[in-house]
Write a protein that binds this ligand. Structure first.
Ligand SMILES: NC(=O)c1ccc[n+]([C@@H]2O[C@H](COP(=O)([O-])OP(=O)(O)OC[C@H]3O[C@@H](n4cnc5c(N)ncnc54)[C@H](OP(=O)(O)O)[C@@H]3O)[C@@H](O)[C@H]2O)c1
Length: 365
């Protein structure tokens, strides 16, 4: 395929997700890296291959000239943060869609399930689609394929289904994101600290769309969405390699569920079990191989089906592996989305396609 025929893809933001996106675009036979947009002034002018750890230069220098970058974009992987700046992220995304780009992103929680998105988020996207003819697909791993397309596909292997449970089980001992770990989810905080990520209604805001997607795929009516939360203190003080000391008696583990209630029972459940050290809450489920993390789907029914996904990248790192699969879901969707035309798409619309033409085409990490 000549470079003229490839889909010119712009990566916007070069954090964890953006770096993996540069590698995924580089490795995709139907895509070409058109530009890389950065916010951090120190990154302007640096080669995208160097930023993403490709092991070679890409010939694309990072830029903060958003208009010039969007002018060459058929598609945009929007990987700038959205959780801490949702309004700005929405404005960036509608700007790209309004220029006719197909945008894929994990950054807007409200749009994982566009059908249940608040009007003030959905309307500007629809207006941009109508104006510019672009498209949008919001996905990732969790929320994302771990609690939409994977459980939905797995139910297709069952004769009968009694319940669907999606689990993320992670140990954050080796993480290096102290703000998220200490303040967003409250590790190392007094046991009466209200962690913003699990404050009432927030889990439903983030994962409720995934419950609705599964319910819709299974053709069942949801009566309500409920939340549960359990916390455990550390028995002893522990040291982490990157985030310092976590004192005995402070929060060391967190277990919460977002439950889709069908016929009075929690039949569609998204559960998270998160520890700052494996010694905390050892009676709660652990990754089957004893590693740092796993995403699981458990279908109770005939037969009982249990799937564990343990992705690794960047030297055996499970968090990087998870991010890379989120990126794979998004970047690999771009050719299908381009042919599908303008619109807002969800995880039930966008097929999970095989890695056509990519066998042996290794992206260096
Ligand atoms: N659902 C999922 O499975 C999933 C998984 C991972 C992440 N996410 C979401 O994806 C997004 C990116 O995550 P990440 O881990 O890559 O985050 P990250 O490592 O913190 O990177 C975010 C990037 O956003 C850019 N940025 C920061 N402040 C900005 C601002 N004020 N204006 C414009 N750009 C700004 C920066 O890009 P430069 O450094 O290039 O300037 C930064 O590197 C987040 O919203 C996160 O919640 C979702």
């Amino acid at each position: 395929m000549s470079s003229r025929d490839r889909i010119r893809t712009v990566v916007w933001g070069t954090g964890n997700v953006g770096r993996a996106a540069i590698r995924a675009v580089d490795a995709h036979p139907l895509l070409e890296l058109g530009a890389v947009i950065v916010h951090n002034p120190d990154k302007v002018g640096r080669d995208a291959g160097e930023i993403a750890g490709l092991g070679r230069t890409s010939g694309v220098a990072a830029t903060n000239d958003i208009d010039a970058a969007l002018a060459v974009a058929d598609a945009v992987v929007y990987a700038a943060s959205g959780d801490i700046r949702p309004d700005d992220a929405l404005a960036d995304i509608t700007r790209a869609i309004g220029r006719g780009a197909t945008v894929v992103t994990p950054s807007l929680y409200a749009l994982y399930d566009p059908q249940s998105a608040p009007q003030e988020v959905r309307d500007p996207v629809l207006a941009a689609v109508a104006d510019g003819g672009g498209a949008l697909f919001v996905s990732g791993i969790d929320p994302g394929w771990g609690n939409d397309i994977l459980p939905v596909l797995a139910t297709g292997l069952a004769s009968s289904v009694e319940s669907v449970r999606c689990q993320e089980i992670f140990d954050y001992t080796t993480y290096d994101q102290p703000d998220s770990v200490r303040y967003l989810i409250g590790m190392g905080q007094p046991m009466d600290y209200v962690a913003p990520m699990v404050a009432p209604t927030i889990p439903t805001m983030v994962w409720g769309g995934q419950i609705r997607l599964i319910a819709r795929a299974l053709g069942v009516e949801l009566e309500e969405i409920r939340e549960t939360l359990l916390r455990r203190p550390l028995d002893s003080t522990i040291e982490t390699p990157n985030m310092g000391t976590f004192e005995a008696g402070t929060q060391g583990a967190l277990r919460f569920e977002v439950q889709g209630i069908v016929e009075g029972e929690p039949l569609i459940v998204i559960e998270h079990i998160t520890r700052i050290h494996p010694s905390c809450a050892p009676d709660w489920p652990l990754p089957p191989d004893g590693g740092d993390g796993v995403h699981k789907v458990i279908i109770e029914g005939r037969p009982r089906i249990e799937i564990s996904v343990e992705a690794t990248d960047e030297g055996g790192n499970r968090a990087a592996g998870g991010n890379a699969t989120a990126v794979g879901r998004l970047v690999n969707a771009i050719p299908w989305l381009r042919s599908a035309g303008p619109g807002i798409y969800d995880a039930l619309d966008v097929p999970l396609l095989p890695a056509l033409g990519k066998l042996k085409r290794m992206a260096s990490a």
